[in-house]
Design a binder for this molecule. Structure first.
Ligand SMILES: *Cc1c(COP(=O)(O)O)cnc(C)c1O
Length: 230
């Protein structure tokens, strides 16, 4: 059953790439496994998926030793500075950098573990009050500020688009993200590569791909609805 879900998502990703004239390998499908048990993750792993997304640092810490070492864990949710320690040696990328202090903490933890953590800057493109993220017009100066930190490497941008019944509503935000990413790339800031654009979730990943996403984060579409009551 999970395999059918995955096949369906995979087909839609491939079709969106085709529509956009993009190659399928330009887009990484991240299976968002938050709240889901290890057995379900293993099922998707068996199908060849290696990239999984979690939004709680403790969940990465706890699941990490229970899955094969070649799993790439993406930290996609809000990260408090005191929880950086749970993900620093376990995550392959942190998608949700949205404060100088957090970038600083990640950098110093990385330096003390002798590694460089790839990070994305979370942008609040739709200016939602409920959301974390840097305002679009402040993103470049934010990046200039954190780019010098030795323990991180800025790999691009991430956004969480608004919840909507109509995915087309989000196209404008994805398009503006791509524009922002290109604008910043043209500045050639040291230690900054605008190669990744993490955007699109179950409701809107096809549109995000059409607008230039290089990473889509799909949870419900692969694992089914989440149960937060437990
Ligand atoms: C939960 C989550 C997702 C996946 O959401 P779905 O709608 O289930 O695909 C993607 N990105 C972030 C940051 C999330 O927290």
């Amino acid at each position: 059953m999970l395999r059918d879900n995955l096949n369906e998502v995979e087909t839609r990703v491939a079709r969106a790439c085709l529509r956009a004239g993009r190659s399928r390998d330009e887009v990484l499908l991240i299976a968002v496994s938050k709240t889901k048990p290890v057995e379900m993750i293993e099922e998707i792993y068996q199908e060849g998926v290696r990239d999984f997304g979690e939004n709680h640092p403790q969940e990465i810490r706890d699941k990490f030793p229970q899955l094969p070492a070649d799993v790439r864990w993406h930290m996609i949710g809000h990260l408090q500075t005191n929880k950086v320690k749970y993900v620093i040696e376990r995550a392959c990328m942190i998608h949700s950098v949205e404060s100088i202090r957090l970038a600083e903490m990640i950098s110093s933890a990385a330096v003390s573990h002798d590694l460089v953590m790839p990070v994305l800057v979370e942008v609040n493109m739709a200016r939602e009050e409920s959301k974390y993220g840097i305002m679009p017009e402040e993103t470049e100066s934010f990046i200039r500020e954190i780019a010098a930190f030795p323990g991180i490497h800025v790999n691009g941008l991430m956004t969480i688009a608004p919840y909507t019944e109509n995915a087309e509503d989000n196209r404008v935000y994805f398009r503006n993200m791509k524009k922002l990413s290109v604008d910043i790339a043209e500045k050639n800031i040291d230690n900054v590569d605008m190669c990744d654009l993490s955007m699109g979730m179950t409701g809107d990943y096809e549109i995000a791909i059409e607008e230039g996403a290089t990473m889509v984060r799909v949870g419900t579409g692969i694992f089914g609805m989440r149960d937060y009551s437990k």
